[in-house]
Ligand binder design. Sequence first.
Ligand SMILES: NC(=O)c1ccc[n+]([C@@H]2O[C@H](COP(=O)([O-])OP(=O)(O)OC[C@H]3O[C@@H](n4cnc5c(N)ncnc54)[C@H](OP(=O)(O)O)[C@@H]3O)[C@@H](O)[C@H]2O)c1
Length: 257
Amino acid sequence: MSEVLRNRVYIVTGGSRGFGLAIAKQLVAQGANVGLISRNQAGLDQVVAELGTDQAVGMACDVGSSEQVCAIFEEIRRHFGQLDGLINNAGLAAPNRVENLVEAEVISQVHTNFLGTVFCSQAAIPWLRGTDNPRIVNISSASAWHYDEISHLSIYASTKAAVERFTRDLRLELQHDCIGVTCIRPGGAITDFSVGWDPDAFAAALEGWKDMGTYMDMGMVPEDVAEAVCYCLTQRPGVAVDLLEVRPSVLTPKDGF
Ligand SMILES: NC(=O)c1ccc[n+]([C@@H]2O[C@H](COP(=O)([O-])OP(=O)(O)OC[C@H]3O[C@@H](n4cnc5c(N)ncnc54)[C@H](OP(=O)(O)O)[C@@H]3O)[C@@H](O)[C@H]2O)c1
């Protein structure tokens, strides 16, 4: 067990399932406390019951609302009495051809993926300033730069490219406060990410994607991303991983997907 994380407090957005849940589990296993955020309180309650109420608290909040984020961050900080870091992980996608995207699909992706990262960073910075190893870790996606992800992700990939560009400036600004800022760019892992996608739009996206080669970038599991997050959080004070791209090193055939 790493002593570096013991008694630290991290907010993990999107902590109710998938990557966020795996990150929360690894942090708790290493003695850290976690404040988990997602829009669904019932899902968070289940996770907190599993992780233990001593080390975990879950509070419903839409990261795309600055007002909600400010209120919830204050509550989590008050609950644990400190904040050592933020993992901006909440994200969603709505694959569709550009011409078919409806306004709500565009806005929800921009709000959650990009503005959520901005609003949560804004809320965390004042609490992080002055602590002894403060960190912000932003979760991007390989689809921001690589074309072997599924097709029709124009808006999703653009929001993640925006997260990466935002992270670069955030890093420069927060060097003055010794706050380490990291972007992790994961490849694909099976989670509930595609639950709720429009089935016709998803089928069309898979069609286009299958024309782009035989293999896919889906060979990871959420725990791989959690390992990467813990690696970044446990750098010594004064050192930060700027950008970490983690992708599968095995070929997974698209047949049968
Ligand atoms: N899975 C992949 O292959 C993959 C690859 C690269 C990058 N990523 C990125 O990794 C992150 C996690 O993905 P995942 O696969 O773990 O997805 P997931 O299983 O769908 O989990 C997403 C989490 O985000 C929360 N969430 C969504 N919108 C939110 C909002 N507006 N406010 C607060 N919470 C919100 C969800 O809870 P509620 O729905 O209850 O709010 C859930 O806890 C995302 O940023 C995703 O873009 C995923």
